[in-house]
Ligand binder design. Structure first.
Ligand code: NAI
Ligand code: MG
Length: 339
């Protein structure tokens, strides 16, 4: 297994260091190829995603991505490398699971990753007084993201031993043509999965229900911007950003990344929670079909969440290295160190 590792900026290298240590422990023969991207890379080379990095990502079986620090102001020549990687590798399905630590919450947001309002079609008219963003919805992209959602719901139903359900989230009452096409296409795909229940919600109601009653959901499928926003709402129920992991999937390709960013406020102090990045390793192993090591790692993560040690974001005082060591101890089957 050849994995391209892109640590990025800020805490990205700190949490990916933890993740790759854990991956090596589970699969000593793994071939890890490091590549650079991000703000520091841009300052050195004038591009945030060098061609050699893109080539390394393409040549690998999968990519582990840390986080990059993107400026909030426009910088000529700078493009977010993660948005570019998703597009260039055609990683069209962004899977963002949330599992509640203390309750029955177990849901996945399946976000369309290549079009919608993030299609990059923005322009100024009227001499700069009118800004227009085009929202692109295609039948092809809507059908493949819906299929990804129903396939996932079917797999989860088998794993969890209960019926599956997909909730189609849209705003077709206002965006009649674009979300009309998304809704109609997703409902047509639903016809191929009679054993998976289907329902639909308008995005504003979905946001409220996700905040209020997240245990009602199984798989949600939605367009790019809605999925981005709703997944941040959902991650609150899973213990916050330090634990939220995500997969970006295409045909035979995958990139795994924590949902969090470069966290400049804690970078360099060795206290970032590595569990989001380590959960990415479990997702990667499961995607590769290595179900037994993936399950062992999930159990190790659950044990460390239960018994500690915990980093400051979870109320503890442990370091990134302490948590990583505890995961390795769990994997060796020994008693965890006391928190
Ligand atoms: P952020 O996710 O980096 O941090 C938000 C808050 O959560 C901070 O207080 C941070 O300390 C905390 N946090 C995040 N991850 C943590 C972890 N693993 N352990 C403990 N605490 C953690 O988001 P923010 O501050 O809005 O953005 C910082 C930079 O990251 C920006 O330059 C932004 O563009 C970039 N960013 C990059 C992303 C990516 O590479 N995919 C995603 C989001 C933001
Ligand atoms: Mg986001």
């Amino acid at each position: 297994m050849k994995i391209c590792v892109i640590p990025g900026d800020g805490i990205g290298p700190e949490v990916l260091d933890a993740a790759t240590t854990v991956l090596r422990a589970l699969d000593p023969s793994v071939d890890l190829v490091s590549a650079e991207a991000g703000w520091a890379t841009f300052q050195r080379h004038g591009t945030a995603l060098p061609d050699v990095t893109l080539a390394a990502a393409r040549a690998a079986d999968a990519v582990l991505f840390g986080a990059v620090a993107s400026p909030s102001h426009a910088v000529p020549g700078y493009r977010s490398p993660i948005v570019q990687l998703r597009r260039d590798l055609d990683l069209y399905a962004n899977l963002r699971p949330t599992v509640g630590q203390h309750g029955p919450v177990n849901l996945v947001i399946v976000r369309e990753n290549t079009e919608g309002l993030y299609a990059g079609r923005e322009r100024l008219e009227d001499g700069g007084d009118t800004a227009i963003a085009e929202r692109v919805i295609t039948r092809r992209a809507s059908a493949r993201i819906a299929r990804a959602a129903f396939e996932l719901a079917r797999r989860r139903a088998a794993e969890l031993g209960r019926p599956g359900r997909v909730t189609i989230v849209h705003k077709a009452n206002v965006l009649r043509i674009s979300d009309g096409l998304f809704r109609e296409t997703a409902l047509a795909v639903a016809g191929d999965y009679p054993e998976v229940a289907v329902d639909e919600l308008l995005v504003d109601v979905a946001a409220m229900r996700l905040a209020q009653a997240p245990e009602r959901f199984d798989v949600l499928v939605t367009t790019n911007l809605f999925g981005d926003i709703l997944s941040d709402v959902a991650c609150i129920h899973g213990g916050g950003l330090g634990l939220a992991a995500s997969a970006n999937l295409g045909e035979g390709r995958a990139l795994f990344e924590p949902v969090h960013g470069a966290a400049p406020d804690i970078a360099g102090r060795g206290v970032a929670n590595p569990l989001a990045a380590i959960t990415c390793v479990a997702m990667l192993l499961a995607w590769r079909g290595a179900t037994a090591p993936a399950a062992r790692l999930r159990a190790a993560i659950a044990a460390v969440l239960r018994a500690g040690p915990h980093t400051p974001d979870l109320g503890g005082s442990a370091t990134t290295a302490d948590v990583t060591a505890a995961i390795l101890t769990q994997l060796r089957g020994a008693a965890p160190p006391s928190a």
